[in-house]
Design a protein around this ligand. Structure first.
Ligand SMILES: NC(=O)C1=CN([C@@H]2O[C@H](COP(=O)(O)OP(=O)(O)OC[C@H]3O[C@@H](n4cnc5c(N)ncnc54)[C@H](OP(=O)(O)O)[C@@H]3O)[C@@H](O)[C@H]2O)[C@@H](O)CC1
Ligand SMILES: [K+]
Length: 547
């Protein structure tokens, strides 16, 4: 799994590598700067064909040091380079100071103060506009013909940002512009954003199109929405050895989920000719009253498509006809209440082949819903609690205390705030100093309190286990799927998790795998998708994965 590090973890592994004698800080900075230049040419090959112009903003720490390396290398490439420094050169940390001096042999350093950027920005803008017009007219004959471009490089602050910017710096950044230039590069972090949380600490942040980070991405790169303008994300290998503690956050990717043939099918629930439907689990999903059953039906369809052997919808008698007229492969059973001689949930649960439950989508928050949540939790079976079930848990502390280790909670932001108001308050408070409290911190704290897996939804879905394990399923950068924000898509996700629980996945792996596949379905479908499409896309996604 790609390990995402906090600023402190990154600093620790860098210091350990330097202390071991494996590499010097200066060499790491050189590799970082070289990596940025290579990333620029990889991203925009047209820029490598002739010389252009770079405006490099350097900050008072090692991020600024990287900027001086980039400036030197681009100058050696034949470019025109302007360098601005925010802060006192005498106070630069040692490696940055060396690179400041090395740059000094090639060019000047202007202080970054209000007004100093005016001319540079104007010239850059003229070029950008020229290129835009050239593009739009459709007469762009060849990439070598693009004329001199300005590349803006933000090397002000990286992982060391600690507090709000002073007014003079805010003024400067306003001159820099409130929008993204055609060629704008963030070195390690967009300056102003916190590398642990993705939140804006500086009071303003610098937009960019390309972000180049070092060795491994930072947690904050995948949290929040401040980095949505970034079109391309590259990680430069600094080539040193490191081990981290168990505390790191994983970025979910295909190889982590054992979605290859062996991992997917060989988990005790292998679908082979010798197995039958009960070998693949039986999921029970509760529906609400008439006119409210769509959400549960979506979840049921998701559970069935992802591989549960059987899926039953537990419906109140009043909605029985509505549901019966809509489902075929999905079974139906009357579940009136938590207990009851004929149609009570306790009777249904005497069938111990039912090994996964999903409660909440379209359930309602009345007495039936409450009783069903209570009986469900008492059974201690693997259970996904979503939507209205989360509201019920938020309203009743005794119910919340019934949560157990086989549960998965799937709140979106609003539900999270109802369930964990104090944690949400910390998360949503304006960030004033770094590192700021993050969605990862919040989800971990929530999972610990609930005693079960919490999947906190969003384009940056965070999944945490009470033991501290944590991963992010990102639908950002090249995995962006904004069209997934559509009514009912959360119900399908709940169904996917339930189906995997039925197939015998443990709650953490079920949540991670379902979340990843959910985004894959959305990416496979593209714009125009509606929630009903998501389960139906799974066979194609599985086929494309070679399953
Ligand atoms: N780790 C690695 O392996 C490698 C890391 N590398 C690079 O190093 C970067 C991390 O460097 P870093 O630790 O020096 O932090 P950085 O972001 O430059 O800022 C710290 C400076 O900013 C200052 N400052 C903070 N907030 C401020 C504010 N609001 N307004 C004004 N000033 C503020 C702060 O001042 P202080 O608070 O100490 O007074 C301090 O002077 C990392 O992102 C990457 O680019 C690569 O070279 C190679 C390998
Ligand atoms: K930066």
């Amino acid at each position: 799994m790609t390990e995402l590090l906090t600023a402190a973890q990154m600093r620790a592994i860098e210091e350990a590598a330097i202390a071991s004698g494996e590499v010097t800080g200066l060499e790491l900075m050189e590799r970082a700067g070289r990596g940025v230049v290579e990333a620029i040419f990889e991203e925009w090959p047209e820029l490598a064909q002739t010389s252009h112009r770079a405006v490099v903003l350097c900050g008072p720490g090692n991020n600024g040091g990287d900027g001086f390396v980039v400036a030197r290398l681009l100058k050696e490439w034949g470019w025109e380079v302007e360098v601005f420094l925010y802060g006192d050169p005498e106070k630069l940390p040692p490696d940055a100071k060396v690179n400041y001096e090395r740059w000094g042999e090639k060019g000047e350093v202007a202080p970054l103060i209000p007004g100093s950027l005016d001319q540079s920005v104007d010239r850059g803008l003229e070029n950008a506009i020229y290129k835009d017009q050239y593009d739009a007219s459709g007469t762009w004959e060849s990439e070598t013909n693009i004329g001199q471009q300005t590349i803006f490089i933000d090397a002000l602050f990286g992982t060391g940002l600690k507090r709000r910017f002073e007014e003079d710096l805010l003024d400067v950044l306003k001159e820099w512009g409130d929008y993204c230039y055609e060629y704008a590069v963030a070195v390690d972090m967009p300056s102003g954003l916190c590398s642990d949380s993705g939140k804006c600490i500086g009071g303003h942040w610098v937009f960019s199109k390309l972000l180049v980070t070092f060795e491994t991405p930072k947690v904050g790169h995948f949290l929040g929405h401040n980095m949505y303008d970034i079109k391309s994300f590259k990680t430069v290998d600094l080539n040193f050895h490191w081990n981290t503690d168990a505390d790191t956050v994983g970025l979910l990717g295909y190889t982590d989920l054992q979605l290859d043939k062996d991992g997917w099918f060989d988990n005790g629930m292998q679908k082979t000719l010798r197995t039958h439907k009960y070998s693949h689990g039986h999921a029970l999903i509760f529906a609400g009253g008439p006119g409210k059953t769509g959400a549960a039906r979506l979840a049921a369809r998701g559970a069935l498509r992802i591989g549960a052997g059987l899926v039953t919808l537990g419906v109140p008698p009043s909605a029985q006809m509505e549901v019966a007229s809509q489902v075929t492969a999905i079974m139906l059973r009357r579940v009136t209440d938590g207990s009851g001689e004929v149609d009570g949930l306790d009777v249904t649960l005497r069938d111990d082949r039912i090994n996964a439950l999903c409660i909440g989508p379209g359930l309602g928050i009345g007495a039936r819903g409450e009783a069903l949540v209570k009986t469900t939790l008492e059974g201690k079976r693997a259970t996904v609690l979503d939507a209205d079930a989360l509201t019920l848990l938020a309203q009743d502390k005794a119910l919340f205390d019934c949560l157990h280790k086989n549960c998965v909670l799937t709140p979106h932001g609003g539900e999270f705030a109802r369930l964990f108001p104090d944690i949400a308050e910390k998360l949503n408070a304006p960030a004033t100093k770094g590192p700021a409290y993050s969605k990862v911190d919040a989800t971990r704290e929530a999972a610990k309190r609930a005693g079960c897996v919490v999947l906190f939804k969003g384009p940056d879905t965070v999944i945490a286990h009470p033991d501290g394990r944590c991963s992010i399923n990102s639908a950002q950068y090249e995995r962006a799927a904004p069209w997934l924000a559509t009514a009912g898509s959360g119900d399908v996700l709940a169904g996917f998790i339930t189906g995997l629980l039925a197939r015998g996945f443990d709650p953490m792996r079920a949540a991670e795998t379902a979340a990843w596949l959910h985004v894959e379905c959305a990416r496979s479908l593209g714009p125009g998708l509606i929630a009903e499409d998501l389960p139906e896309e799974l066979p194609k996604v599985f086929r494309d994965l070679g399953l």
